[in-house]
Design a protein around this ligand. Structure first.
Ligand code: G3H
Ligand code: 13P
Ligand code: ZN
Length: 311
């Protein structure tokens, strides 16, 4: 099976009331952990690459790693640019083998966001690549953009129909209370997502695939392992999985997960190094990190996303 776009994945996910996991990849072990899990569970999957990942691992290495995963696992895999900051970055990924790109011009005003998104859509569609855009602002940190919680803005339902029609975009990331990173709520704060806003958006653009960023649940299981093995991630709080299950059953077709992968990998590596101070073969600790990533992705697919056996 070759790399695919997200078009058919989203259509089936929308109709079937489940979501596709979009997992961030930065190295071989992460690619392997995710795709072995998805392969064994016969689940479609999106592997996404940020600007930071391209700077860290190099575009060509990442594409080749993903191509290897496609050859090794008989499931639909899409390769997606996460938070493309500008037309040039999107163009470079479209020309360089990606099947999907996100243009994130959400920090500009409405008209400028439309203008930039439209330019990417035109270039991408002529080449068979699909495009995700964002309306509204999430709190947290993405590559160069840091949005304070107070400045985060929910997506305005009244804007979505015009945005989708004028840009021709294929999916839309919205802000309903999720945020990037491992510290999504203050200690004592009740986690909340604005499902009422999601409902209003769905009424305005029925049958249109919605994307949820900042959707890691920050499992206490991994936080505890990190704490026990010399790390400090006290007060890390994510989105409760019940809320993610509810989102997956709705118009949300793509759920973005990065921080949870980082926690799983770090828990595995810390566990080995803390308990075996003499360990110095990278394979020894990276393989445990990889197996924790795999276990996490299996859990997400079966218990949260509902995409098992949908390949
Ligand atoms: O939304 C951001 C993703 O978690 C990617 O993070 O920019 O540090 O690679 P990164
Ligand atoms: P998390 O930080 O919640 O994993 O979000 C990842 C994300 O949205 C990538 O675009
Ligand atoms: Zn994101």
């Amino acid at each position: 099976m070759a790399l695919v776009t997200t078009k058919e994945m989203f259509q089936k996910a929308y109709d079937g009331g489940y979501a596709i996991g979009a997992f961030n990849v930065n190295n071989m072990e992460i690619v392997q952990g995710i795709t072995e899990a998805a392969g064994e569970l016969k689940s479609p999957v999106i592997l996404q690459v940020s600007k930071g990942a391209r700077a860290y691992a190099n575009h060509t290495y990442l594409v080749k790693l993903v191509e290897a995963a496609v050859a090794e696992n008989n499931i639909p895999i899409a390769l997606h640019l996460d938070h493309g900051p500008d037309f040039e970055t999107c163009k470079s990924c479209i020309d360089g083998g990606f099947t999907s790109v996100m243009i994130d011009a959400s920090h500009y005003d409405f008209e400028k966001n439309i203008e930039i998104t439209k330019q990417v859509v035109e270039y991408a569609h002529e080449r068979g690549v699909v495009v995700e855009a964002e309306l509204g602002k999430l709190a947290g940190v993405e590559d160069d953009v840091k949005v304070a919680a107070d400045d985060a803005m929910y997506t305005q339902p009244d804007e979505v129909q015009e945005f989708v029609e004028r840009t021709g975009v294929d999916s839309l990331a919205i802000a309903i209370g999720t945020s990037h990173g491992a510290f999504k709520f203050k200690p004592g704060q009740k986690p909340q997502l604005r499902f009422d806003i999601l409902d209003e958006i769905t009424k305005r653009i029925p049958q249109f695939p919605i994307v949820l960023h900042g959707a890691s649940s920050v499992s206490q299981e991994y936080v505890q392992i990190i704490q026990k093995n010399g790390g400090n991630l006290a007060d890390a709080i994510g989105i409760p999985e019940d809320m993610l299950r509810q989102a997956a059953r709705s118009a949300v077709c793509k759920i973005n997960i990065d921080s949870d992968l980082r926690l799983a990998m770090t828990a595995g590596v810390r566990e080995v190094l803390y308990n075996n101070p003499a360990a110095f073969d990278p394979r020894e600790y990276l393989k445990v990190g990889r197996s924790y990533v795999k276990e996490l992705v299996k859990h997400k697919i079966t218990d949260v996303l509902g995409s098992e056996q949908k390949a």
